[in-house]
Design a protein around this ligand. Structure first.
Ligand SMILES: NC(=O)C1=CN([C@@H]2O[C@H](COP(=O)(O)OP(=O)(O)OC[C@H]3O[C@@H](n4cnc5c(N)ncnc54)[C@H](OP(=O)(O)O)[C@@H]3O)[C@@H](O)[C@H]2O)C=CC1
Ligand SMILES: CCCCCC(=O)/C=C/[C@H]1[C@H](O)CC(=O)[C@@H]1CCCCCCC(=O)O
Length: 305
């Protein structure tokens, strides 16, 4: 018998999440049956979507939604032998019994030099979102000027680097001077701290006097309203997220939305840098989640068990 730890939503968040909104419970798992496996969490993801989705997809008492990289520690399913790693959407749990239908195997040819945690970051959902938004939504072209906000985060930092690789001029905004320095190191052309800028409108205009061809929108709300008039004719906007609004108790005006090998190659060639903000300990899941929402992370926020 394995006793699993699980973080549940004790009560729906009102505004910014609080430690008391979460509850850590223990649950005894059943013995896996034929076709099933027992998973042990290795890295867990904390992502912005958990805040708005908790409101619409979860009831009080439910286990927090989320993905993790887990190791198979018992197996009655030949497709997932003991010792292999998988990505599972089983939520904020330390252990879980399930069948293979819900699991994505971590590629058997995963390069040794690339941390498995990147399956939750640049090689996973955030990285692929960045690539898709740039290539399929913005259809970005060499020589164009791109704006990305939440630029030092999991999605934003990949967006800016891929756009540079494609020969674009990249403007990024982030919420601390340390993040600004990091983005300059990554090769962004113009970066500013949106929290200390005297005027967002002027900082954006100074960074790109002729306006923006593409806008990768991660923040929404007032930020997007300021950007709109600075879009060039035939400009394209990838509306990816609106984190500035996720903790609102009263609605603001503004926008609210409801190729893996390629990424390995870029990382191994040193062209795509993937900083991670790693918090240690399953018990620190709520702190890691709240820290990410308030901007503590440079790169992808993950928890290492
Ligand atoms: N549509 C899709 O498929 C997906 C959408 N997303 C969206 O992309 C966005 C970024 O996600 P992700 O890269 O995972 O997260 P990040 O790693 O960027 O972490 C969140 C960051 O958001 C910034 N932030 C927090 N509050 C505000 C605010 N009020 N105004 C501006 N910035 C703020 C903080 O950075 P700072 O210090 O700079 O303020 C923080 O570090 C989110 O909106 C998310 O919902 C993400 C994945 C998939
Ligand atoms: C108003 C909310 C906007 C949120 C934007 C965002 O961050 C979306 C993220 C999703 C993306 O489209 C693909 C994903 O995997 C993200 C989350 C999906 C959550 C599904 C949870 C299902 C479950 O675990 O039960």
């Amino acid at each position: 018998m394995v006793v699993s730890k699980a973080w549940t939503l004790r009560q729906h968040f009102q505004g910014f999440p609080k430690a008391s909104d979460f509850h850590l419970r223990e649950e005894t798992l059943p013995q896996p049956k034929n076709g099933q496996v027992l998973l042990e969490a290795v890295f867990l993801s904390v992502d912005p979507y958990m805040r708005p989705y908790s409101q619409t997809m979860m009831k009080e008492g439910d286990v927090m939604i989320g993905s993790q990289v887990a190791k198979v520690i018992q197996s009655y399913n030949p497709s997932f032998p003991v010792g292999c790693h998988v990505v599972s959407d089983c939520g904020w749990r330390s252990h879980w019994v399930c069948d293979g239908a819900e699991l994505t195997p971590v590629l058997p040819d995963w390069p040794q030099d690339i941390p498995l945690s990147l399956a939750l970051g640049a090689i996973g959902m955030p990285g692929l979102t960045a690539l898709y938004g740039l290539e399929e939504v913005c259809e970005i072209k060499k020589g164009e000027t791109l704006l990305v906000n939440a630029a030092a985060g999991a999605v934003g930092s990949v967006v800016g680097q891929i756009a540079k690789i494609k020969g674009c001029r990249v403007v990024g905004c982030a919420g601390t001077d340390t993040k600004v320095s990091y983005l300059k190191e990554l090769g962004f052309d113009q970066v500013f701290n949106y929290k200390t800028a005297t005027s967002l409108e002027e900082s954006l205009r100074e960074a790109a006097p002729h306006g923006y061809d593409c806008y990768f929108e991660n923040v929404g709300g007032k930020f997007s309203s300021v950007v709109m008039p600075q879009m060039r004719e035939y400009g394209r906007i990838a509306v990816c997220g609106s984190i500035s609004m996720y903790n609102d108790t009263t609605p603001q005006t503004g926008i609210l939305l409801s190729k893996t090998n390629k990424m390995f190659v870029l990382i191994l060639q040193g062209k795509l840098r993937c900083n991670e903000h790693i918090t240690s300990g399953f018990n620190n899941m709520p702190a890691a989640f709240m820290g990410m929402l308030q901007g503590d992370n440079i790169g992808k926020a993950v928890v290492k068990v």
